[in-house]
Design a protein around this ligand. Sequence first.
Ligand SMILES: [Zn+2]
Length: 285
Amino acid sequence: MHSWSKFLGCLAACCLSGCLTAMPNSPGAVKSTGSATTDPPPSAGAFVWPNGTRAAISLTYDDAIQSQLDNAVPALARHGLVATFFLTGTSGVVQQSPERYRALVQAGHELGSHTMNHPCDRGMSFVKPGFGLQDYDLARMQTELTENVQQLRDLGQKEPFSFAYPCGSTWLGEAHTSYIPLIEQTFVAARGVDARVDDPARDGLFQVPSTMGNAAGSTLVTWVDRALKEGGWVVFTFHGVAGDYLAVEADAHETLLTYLEQHKRSVWTERFGSVAQYVKAQRKQ
Ligand SMILES: [Zn+2]
């Protein structure tokens, strides 16, 4: 699952995911003191983010790979930021070091589901025989999702759970049947792969857009600025962090985290599931 072949397969669109719990008073929330800059106030009718913030950012890390624990987690801690880790249940890192994932929950991070076996189109080079999406039906997917969610519970994650579609694919079986209805039954939200700013007032919660994080620091920061300009939600999808595959370089990751810390009065950096819960609650009002 974590080989070069997977790296190549992921290049296309890989690894999407879901979300978890977040409330305005969560570790990522900040006091409403306004921006230190001269940013204009939100326009009338704009979606209202908590505590005077004007945009939301979620940092998500897929596939349960070693460089995330070794490099992303310490960087997040230095900047006082929380994130979502979408776990592939059969990842050797999870299997061998469950205590490191329990520690993430205790530190305020979210663990989300990325399935047990990371099924993608069998045409992708890393897909093992029998584990292509064409080999699945809804019953098998449900069984494996249940197993993955139980794994999250065992690691200390509380409901509601978030999800990220492996490879961004929302279908299974030879007929390409949508499995989004299954996801809607089990999760509060799910991450997709459409690289744009989410409009929280209109967009659905079961294919939340996201942009790939293996980019230059200046590019990553531009996405934060776009979120502020549109008053929306930007979700970053990371794989390797200064290591492994589809990796963001350490300095680019650091540039983004520094920018988020500097703009915490105007930008709500929060776990994917927590933002989804907030959006869902706001819409009911
Ligand atoms: Zn993935």
